[in-house]
Design a protein. Structure first.
Length: 92
């Protein structure tokens, strides 16, 4: 409260950040039951891709659907193009 009183430009609550971390806090115990260490690593990789897609302004479902569709025929030498910060939707 003293920080808020010292600088009136600060918001009085932190609801925004609490809402951002809520899915992580709620899922924490569920992630213990991923099945194995390998499955847990896979889940972490997928969650990282989803969050990165969100942070880059993409719809996570559209991003993952497009990437998983392209992946089997996409050249390994150009795999960086499929990362969320470089991804462009495929034009039909």
């Amino acid at each position: 409260m003293t920080r808020y009183l010292g600088d009136g430009r600060l918001p009085i609550d932190n609801n925004w950040i609490e809402n951002q971390i809520r899915p992580i806090a709620l899922g924490r115990k569920n992630w213990l039951f991923a099945g194995s260490l390998r499955a847990g690593r896979r889940a972490a990789a997928v969650m990282s891709l989803v969050q990165s897609a969100k942070m880059n302004g993409h719809d996570p479902y559209a991003y993952l659907k497009d990437v998983l569709t392209r992946l089997p025929t996409h050249p390994n030498s150009r795999i960086e193009e499929l990362l969320p910060h470089r991804w462009q939707p495929e034009t039909a």
